[in-house]
Design a protein around this ligand. Structure first.
Ligand code: FES
Length: 140
């Protein structure tokens, strides 16, 4: 007769929980940083004159590759992380649209909406402001 009838079950549960914790830690190690993080302070993107001449300003904004594009409504800032599977989109200032090289998605430069391809969400937008002729991402 077993004096500890649940000890084997308890051991198996503990071993299973430990294995899940280890596997979860390994998976978390290989996942990218939390892309929801953005800098606490404004980040200068560049001069408004340069934006208007070139049509865009590319920069790093925290963990994001970001871009400010010139639109008829004024400058608009986006994450360049595709909302499908996180490839980096490229901006075509001539066509005024973004293109994702991974699955041929296209996004509108004026508002980031999906024009074609598999993404269901528009590009993420960032706040921006202009001060002394310079464009900043973030809030004052
Ligand atoms: S990752 Fe951009 S379309 Fe799939």
């Amino acid at each position: 007769m077993n004096p500890h009838p649940t000890s084997r079950r308890a051991w198996l549960l503990a071993a299973g929980a430990s294995a899940l914790a280890i596997i979860g830690g390994i998976i978390a190690y290989f996942l990218p940083r939390d892309l929801r993080d953005t800098p606490a302070e404004p980040v200068r993107a560049g001069a408004l004159d340069e934006l208007e001449a070139r049509g865009y300003l590319a920069l790093a904004y925290g963990a994001y590759p970001a871009i400010v594009v010139s639109t008829e409504a004024g400058p608009v800032a986006y994450s360049r992380v595709c909302t499908h599977f996180s490839c980096t989109v490229e901006y075509d200032p001539g066509a005024r649209e973004f293109r994702c090289p991974c699955h041929d998605a296209r996004f509108a430069g004026e508002d980031g909406r999906v024009l074609a391809g598999p993404p269901s969400e528009p590009l993420r937008r960032f706040d921006l402001f202009v001060e002394d002729g310079q464009v900043y991402l973030g809030s004052r």
